[in-house]
Design a protein around this ligand. Structure first.
Ligand code: PEP
Length: 263
């Protein structure tokens, strides 16, 4: 592994600082989220090799932002609406997210695609909105098991990327983060091998070069997600092609998530 002093990765002279992100899904009340944050921050104090971000549910967002204020841990939301405001009962806007002090957002997580009908078109609209508001977007892509087993992984990734990035201006998309999350590995305990993840990341990076340019592609962080835990973090995150992780189940306990951050 080739790391330069600041902790960033250096591939073809293009440094990328890894991002290790916790997706808490629909877990934790505000009190539980605060207890996690209070316990977690000392465990990662001074850690600047990677960026760290917590993605609580909307009701805990303000609590976690406040608890993490002044620390090395950023906070984001797991979803947001693409509209500026309006009659969208139950939704959260970019302005609301920012007003609370959150800086990141997950877009197109497979659970949103699967259970809430989130299409590539919706993902694209949300990405436009996030970039317009200066929110760091983490766009999730990944294939289902039957798609992998029938050799369609590459096609699925290209379709999702082309849909998500439609009409996105690369000049305003430097904060873009892609998370490769094979659906069959999410919450299942099955993890992609480093070889599988690297292969998918290379497909994604090549498509970013195709859609934008190779400079943009080399600078863009591509995270791996899917049953990352302390036991497998180093074999995945130690790969130059893997620029961090999106972690679900193993991010719910401070010690476990800190162990992943500090793999
Ligand atoms: C996720 O929610 O994005 C995820 C990768 O979950 P898990 O780590 O539990 O597989």
């Amino acid at each position: 592994m080739d790391r330069i002093k600041s902790g960033t990765r250096k591939i073809n002279q293009m440094p990328r600082k890894a991002l290790i992100a916790a997706n808490w899904k629909m877990f934790k009340t505000p009190a539980e989220a605060k207890a996690f944050t209070d316990a977690f921050l000392p465990l990662v104090a001074g850690h600047d090799r990677d960026e760290i971000a917590l993605f609580p549910s909307v009701t805990s967002l303000a609590t976690v932002v406040e608890a993490a204020a002044g620390s090395n841990v950023a906070v984001g939301l797991q979803n947001m609406h693409f509209a500026e405001e309006g009659a969208y009962t139950g939704e959260t806007s970019a302005a609301m997210l920012k007003a609370v002090g959150a800086t990141h957002v997950l877009i197109g997580h497979s659970e949103r695609r699967q259970y809430f009908n989130e299409t590539d078109e919706v993902v694209n609209k949300k990405l436009h909105t996030a970039l317009k508001h200066g929110i760091v977007p983490v766009v999730c892509v990944g294939e289902h098991l039957h798609e992998r087993e029938t050799g369609q992984t590459g096609l699925v990734l290209l379709k999702q990327l082309q849909g998500a990035l439609h009409n996105i201006d690369s000049a305003h998309a430097h904060s873009l983060v892609i998370a490769y999350e094979p659906v069959w590995a999410i919450g299942t305990g099955r993890t992609a091998t480093p070889e599988m993840a690297i292969e998918a990341h290379m497909i994604i990076r090549a498509e970013l070069a195709n859609i934008f340019d190779s400079h943009f592609a080399k600078a863009t962080r591509i995270l791996y997600g899917g049953s990352v835990k302390p036991e497998n973090a180093s074999e995945l995150l130690g790969q130059d092609e893997i620029d961090g992780a999106l972690v679900g189940g193993a991010s719910l306990k401070p010690e476990s998530f800190a162990a992943i951050v500090k793999y």
